[in-house]
Design a protein around this ligand. Structure first.
Ligand code: FUB
Length: 305
């Protein structure tokens, strides 16, 4: 019986085509992050809970889904909430996840309870589907450490990248793009916080590597469009390559992540196309992404439904 069930699951994986957008019609979801592990794609997203006509983000928790074929998605529920961080006031904004030292590390934006503005926390789990627990008991990055700007939301949108040599880098920011090397513990900064001169940077920086080239992408302007740069290392120097994905209609943000899976490459992002959706009721979608022989990307990538 078990053998039959397993072979059924494998056939499902092999035969499937990509799922239609939005990926999760049962929920409003935003700020997708991706981890590929053990033959599955794990997709993490914040849940948009704002009511119709809401005027701000209402986000208390993250959700995790997984797929072996990009077509069938399993809902694993809530791996952590903003309140997982006892020092946070709330607001489960954008996150990113990496595996290192056999553990899963979840970097997330939350609003700090005592330091003005947003902060970045780090949680850890033995499983990609959680539950995740606060790994540090305090913020990894707070507004009072990074006074490059005076805005309260400048420490948002962490993007964690672990290079082939095991070195982890954290990128983040709003208006000013910042990055820092992490120690092997994944919970300590290793050196000073640096700034990237990214033209018209708004937020949602994202670092990935493909065929030896590093890609640093981000949202620029507002309403946002996604652009990218390429470089020879995790810290550049960066060459701007233009628009990766155009603006959304009716939704100002587009927060994305890029990954390879089963010989194909993908970009996940959000828009407001789920019925009843909009600025604070977003939905995660996916598109295939194709690299040209010179390492640049076929772009702008069109959004499909
Ligand atoms: O979801 C809240 C914020 O909106 C994120 O932190 C930004 O990237 C934008 O998507």
């Amino acid at each position: 019986m078990l053998k039959q069930l397993l072979s059924g699951a494998l056939a499902l994986c092999a035969a499937a085509a990509q799922a239609a957008n939005p990926l999760f019609p049962q929920l409003y979801t935003a700020d997708p992050a991706v981890l590929v592990d053990g033959g599955r794609v794990y997709l993490y997203a914040g849940r948009d809970e704002a009511p119709v006509g809401g005027k701000d983000y209402v986000m208390h928790e993250w959700r995790v889904f997984s797929s072996c074929d990009m077509a069938h998605w399993q809902d694993h529920g809530v791996p952590l909430k903003a309140k997982t961080f006892a020092w946070a006031k709330g607001r489960a904004w954008a996150s990113d996840v990496a595996k290192r030292n056999g553990k899963y590390w979840f970097y997330s934006t939350v609003e700090h309870a005592t330091v003005p503005g947003f902060a970045i926390g780090v949680a850890v789990s033995d499983s990609p589907t959680g539950p995740f627990v606060d790994a540090l008991g305090k913020a990894l990055v707070t507004n009072d450490m990074t006074k490059q700007t005076d805005i309260a939301w400048d420490d948002i949108d962490p993007a964690i990248f672990v290079d082939d040599d095991g070195q982890a880098w954290l990128y983040w920011g709003n208006t000013v793009m910042k990055y820092v090397k992490l120690k092997p513990t994944m919970t300590e900064l290793d050196g000073p916080i640096q700034v990237v001169a990214a033209e018209r940077f708004t937020e949602a920086s994202y670092l990935h590597k493909h065929a030896g080239t590093y890609y640093l992408s981000y949202s620029r302007d507002f309403p946002e469009e996604t652009v990218y740069m390429t470089g020879p290392s995790a810290t550049g120097p960066w060459t701007p390559r233009g628009v990766l994905m155009n603006r959304n209609e009716g939704v100002n943000t587009v927060h994305h992540a890029v990954f390879d899976f089963n010989g194909r490459s993908y970009i996940v992002y959000h828009n407001g196309k789920l019925p009843g959706g909009g600025e604070f009721r977003r939905s995660v979608a996916v598109e295939e992404l194709r690299y040209k022989p010179d390492g640049t990307i076929e772009a702008p990538i069109a959004q499909t439904t």
